[in-house]
Design a protein around this ligand. Structure first.
Ligand code: KG4
Ligand code: ZN
Length: 365
């Protein structure tokens, strides 16, 4: 159980990421080093994305090892995202993992992307023991029970009972919250380079969240599922019926309707997050019924780097005597550390594959 060094590789969507984690003794993380390069190509055209990953993957992995002062033969295993995600993109990471592992017959650990978003919380909070409740919020995901699916829940509420034992309490019936943030940021003419979600959060600070009364999704459904398609449409209609001149980028000095856009952003954010709060509240009550020992609510995935989201869900947790665990923003968005960490979790329990040795050519005698 002591002294494990794991390389984690993540290429499921638009980040090419790798990290090396050095884990010493049963619960002490000695050193954590990562290097990520962004393969930014805007929009998800699988072939272009895969090409972008291919161009940088060798360099990203090399850099991650160098930063950790490690060589390939210092590794105990290689962990790599195998789903959900774009298969062409996943393939780039998996081939690289096989190549590195192949040289020294290292074990390979196939990682579920959403499990990694959830479990990295255990790296940052040592007190986080199973069972716990998890809210995963990003723009692209899959069901936690089908690691190869590319569709399904983009928002997930999960009861994590043990490593590899997850009960799905809720998922989105249409769009994910991250997708809604991105789409609305685009409609409002925001700068998408650092991500639509972060840009919209920034603009919302300037607006009045009470100015537009969007209705809360799924009020009549007393379950833990999510829906963001209707809210997106409400926002679209609000933009169309406003005086906003969409041909004017918000960054230009001549933009006269920045305040109206900020009001829309703030009003959307309030309702979008209120929907999360309501579903979480219900899930907490339900989960505590079957697992009264739950002490933590984990919130992770790209949207969890949003400060307003963190504050509101902290409130939900406290109200129910739970502690909120929200990884720092750099570990909430896609990264290599979460893959390496999840690799460590599985490796410690002997859950990995050792690829067969390369076949020697047969003697022709
Ligand atoms: O987990 P992630 O990095 O990638 C996926 O696995 O999908 O999540 C990306 C999503 C994007 O929709 C992005 O706009 C959103 O997370 N996001 C945010 C913020 N930062 C990233 N949404 C709202 N507020 C933010 N500050
Ligand atoms: Zn993700």
């Amino acid at each position: 159980d002591d002294d494990i060094v794991i390389l984690g590789i993540e290429t499921s969507c638009d980040d090419t990421a790798a990290a090396v984690l050095y884990y010493l003794f049963s619960d002490y993380l000695f050193l954590s080093i990562k290097e990520e390069l962004l393969a930014q190509y805007g929009g998800v055209a699988p072939k272009m994305a895969a090409e972008a990953h291919s161009l940088v993957i060798d360099q990203v992995v090399k850099q991650a090892l160098e930063n950790a002062n490690m060589e390939e033969n210092d590794l105990s295993a290689v962990a790599v995202t195998i789903g959900p995600g774009l298969s062409l993109c996943l393939g780039v990471g998996v081939r690289k993992a096989r190549q590195v592992a192949g040289k020294f017959t290292l074990p390979i650990i196939g990682i579920h992307h959403m499990e990694a978003h959830a479990l990295v919380a255990r790296m940052v909070e040592k007190e986080l023991k199973f069972p716990f409740l998890v809210l995963l919020i990003s723009d692209y995901a899959g069901s936690l029970t089908d690691r190869r699916s590319t569709s399904g829940g983009h928002n997930l509420l999960i009861l994590a009972r043990d490593l590899g034992h997850y009960v799905q309490l809720g998922t989105t019936i249409d769009d994910a919250i991250g997708e809604a943030y991105d789409k609305i940021a685009r409609w409002l003419g925001l700068d998408m380079r650092k991500g639509g979600g972060a840009a919209l959060e920034g603009l919302a600070h300037e607006g009045d969240a009470d100015s537009i009364k969007f209705s809360v999704p799924m009020k009549q459904h007393k379950d833990c599922n999510f829906s963001y398609a209707g809210l997106k449409t409400q926002v679209r209609l609000a933009i169309e019926s406003s005086n906003i001149n969409m041909s004017d980028p918000i960054s230009s000095a001549s933009c006269l309707d920045r305040a109206s856009r900020a009001n829309i952003a703030a009003s959307f954010q309030r309702v979008a997050v209120f929907h999360l709060e309501e579903r979480c509240e219900r899930a907490v009550k339900w989960a505590l019924n079957i697992e009264p020992s739950i002490k933590h609510l984990v919130v992770s995935g790209g949207v969890a780097s949003n400060q307003y989201v963190r504050t509101r869900l902290d409130h939900v947790a406290r109200k129910n005597d739970l502690q909120l665990v929200c990884p720092p923003p750099s570990l909430c968005t896609d990264n290599g550390v979460m893959i390496a960490w999840t690799g460590i979790e599985h490796f410690r329990l002997g859950r990995f594959e050792i690829p067969p040795p390369a076949c020697e050519p047969e003697d022709s005698v």
